[in-house]
Design a binder for this molecule. Sequence first.
Ligand SMILES: C[S@@+](CC[C@H](N)C(=O)[O-])C[C@H]1O[C@@H](n2cnc3c(N)ncnc32)[C@H](O)[C@@H]1O
Length: 365
Amino acid sequence: MTPLGRRIAALIRQDGPMSVADYMALCLSDPGHGYYMRREPFGRAGDFITAPEVSQMFGELIGAWVVAAWEAMGAPARLALVELGPGRGTLMKDLLRVARLRPAFIEAARIHLVETSPRLREIQQETLAGFRVAWHASVDEVPDAPAILVANEFFDALPIRQFVRTATGWAERLIGLAEDGSLAFGLRPMESADARPLPAPATSSAGVGEGAIAELSPAATAIAATVATRLARTGGTALFIDYGYAGPATGDTLQALARHRPVDPLAAPGEADLTAHVDFTALATAVRAAGAVPRALIAQGEFLGRLGLAPRAEALKRGKDAATAASVDAAAARLAGAEAMGNLFKVLAISSRGLALPAFDDNSA
Ligand SMILES: C[S@@+](CC[C@H](N)C(=O)[O-])C[C@H]1O[C@@H](n2cnc3c(N)ncnc32)[C@H](O)[C@@H]1O
């Protein structure tokens, strides 16, 4: 067992089984052993590759969108440019390379990165050397100003609770100890006071078969609501990009990845990435309740197509050798292809009321 696994087992012996959400929070964010706290998980040598790490085109296209959104906001003289969970800082670097073409935008923008990992903050500092950047532990700390916010593969890293339909009703899936002392899943029948709100499939259990799993991410909906409340107050817009679905839906989406391979989520606490698919309907509902406007969910492939992925790829290929051109095509296919990231990843755009968003509310982007 990993050092964090031993600590989790001791906690369970002391306090009893813990929710999947508490387990995920410890595995990802424990200050001493949490997955994101000390390591650099990206790239071929790491555990996974995200869209900004696949190609510079991803951040560049988002950069063009951000500048167009700023103009749609009336080009405010002061702008909070916020990223949640910036990883290596690659998306922000590529975004700023394009945004620099509009000096007035760079003049207006203050860069705010919301990042909990000390190791990744160091890397972001190196990547963004030369820019004025402020780091924050949570989005509440970002000072009030008209804002444009981007979050790529951020919400999937937030803890979820899981609920299982049994013969006698819904039960919460917990993590306890097997007889040999290893970590094991178990169930606790739900009391009426448990888990409010319940995940949508649990409130209309008709048609949901025994064994079905429903998920809820209180952390994700709380952060979406915080962002939406801010935007409603200050004006602005946000893009939430992630793999996920338009709920309600059932299914076990908790997954662990190490060295690009799926592993047992309980096998190596703190040493494998743990994620869950994002319920975009739950996020959109929280956004609407907080007074901002969610747009219809679209697939990443469709979004990048609207932003001009094909002409950007052509421009990058111009004058390059065949191998470079082929690698640009391969990256574009990976980002937008239906069998790759194009359909699995989705984009939820939200904004304050009355803002016409490029690529969503008109055809000009
Ligand atoms: C899967 S990585 C995505 C990185 C980057 N956006 C990309 O696309 O390459 C998740 C990021 O979110 C950060 N993170 C995870 N939980 C967080 C939290 N609760 N608050 C702030 N950042 C968090 C991680 O440290 C990491 O930077």
